[in-house]
Design a binder for this molecule. Structure first.
Ligand code: NAP
Length: 345
């Protein structure tokens, strides 16, 4: 059975971790794509801190790299929202290369970016590629919650609380979280027409899709998280003064026609010493249920899930296939190619 060939698309914080994990799981990395002058032309092994060269030179010519690579999958960690992610996903789909992406909106983009998603779905079906958004949300915010919902007889309310540290990721994330802005600038950004969908909205949309419920109404509110003393954002290498924004908290709520209400409060901010990642979900209904993960290393579980999803995505039917349509995520003890079905090989 041939080993899986992967392209690393975006050479930042997440794909540096994913590169090591892919190599550990017998994946051959055949190309790497980035953007900045200080990365293009360098060896992927050097850039990702592996301590050895991989013989893969980073390029900024994504189309040529994908066309020449013969890759089975592109591993994308570039940006968060479909308006930006469409560029990378379209290039992969046109080249007939399957893709897993960490773009948060790609988790379930059918409601928040329907035209872009439909366009990508059409291209991917034509070329035989499968495109899937995954990452930390896959299990911790969607599938683990969906499984707990599956143990209910009746649900009134599903409530989730999660937080993650902006500094576990690269500058792309910290900028998106508005770190270093004044509260006035933040409020202006929030009022602006360009405010992208909350990550929580796409999580709740995936849960609703998984259960076959019907959305009646959606409400989202966002509040800035503000430094109470001087802080430093490692991701941006930026000192933040008391009173400046260190991230924000979204509260999303979906009311369904059938009755259950789903609420998700998610905070992404620069942490102080006492902070840690949380993931807590509660179901009110028959019976009342609670799930608490204590401290979750979100940075690592983001990459493990993206890597472990790869066989499912290669095995899946072509199109834009969201995670609730894929099998339950599984531990991959062996090389990823050993999990390919007849269709995926
Ligand atoms: N779903 C999840 O669970 C999850 C978790 C963590 C992060 N994320 C998302 O994943 C994305 C990446 O996170 P990160 O921490 O790895 O960010 P990062 O360290 O800032 O890395 C982003 C990388 O993308 C590259 N890039 C940007 N635009 C590009 C383009 N047009 N073409 C090619 N390469 C491009 C950048 O290249 P240069 O450095 O060369 O400019 C950089 O290497 C973020 O949007 C983040 O929100 C999702």
């Amino acid at each position: 059975m041939n080993r899986i060939k992967a392209v690393i698309y975006g050479v930042g914080a997440m794909n540096s971790i994913a590169t090591r994990m892919l190599l550990d799981k017998d994946v051959d990395i055949v190309a790497a794509i980035s953007r900045s002058k200080d990365k293009v032309g360098r060896d992927l092994g050097d850039l990702t801190g592996l301590g050895r060269q991989l013989g893969v030179t980073v390029t900024d010519d994504a189309k040529a790299a994908l066309a020449a690579s013969g890759a089975d999958v592109a591993v994308i960690a570039v940006n968060s929202y479909m308006a930006d992610a469409v560029e990378q996903l379209r290039i992969c789909a046109e080249a007939g290369v399957n893709a897993v992406t960490l773009s948060e909106e790609a988790l379930y983009p059918w409601n928040t970016s329907p035209e872009i998603t439909a366009e990508l779905d059409t291209i991917a079906r034509r070329t035989g590629a499968t495109l899937t958004g995954t990452g930390h949300q896959d299990t911790y915010w969607v599938n683990i919650v969906a499984m707990m919902m599956g143990t209910s007889h009746h649900i009134d309310h599903v409530t989730g609380h999660a937080s993650w540290n902006v500094d576990d990721y690269g500058p792309e994330v910290a900028s998106d979280q508005q770190v270093g802005r004044s509260v006035e600038e933040f409020e202006e950004w929030l009022r602006g027409a360009e405010r992208p969908p909350t990550f929580g909205r796409n999580v709740l949309d995936a849960l609703v899709a998984d259960t076959g419920l019907t959305v009646k109404s959606i409400a989202s509110t966002t509040r800035p998280d503000v430094a109470i003393g001087p802080m430093h954002s490692q991701a941006l290498d930026l000192d933040v003064d008391a009173g400046q924004v260190i991230g924000f908290t979204d509260i999303d709520e979906i009311q369904t026609e059938e009755g259950p209400v789903l609420t998700f409060e998610m905070s992404g901010r620069v942490y102080g010493e006492a902070d840690g990642d949380i993931n807590e979900w509660e179901i009110q209904g028959e019976p009342d249920l609670v799930l608490s993960n204590g401290t979750v290393p979100t940075q690592i579980t983001t990459c493990t899930q993206m890597v472990n999803r790869i066989p499912d995505v290669i095995n899946a039917e072509p199109g834009f296939v969201t995670i609730e349509k894929l099998p339950r995520l599984k531990y991959r003890a062996f090389g990823l190619h050993t999990y390919l079905t007849e269709k995926g090989r």
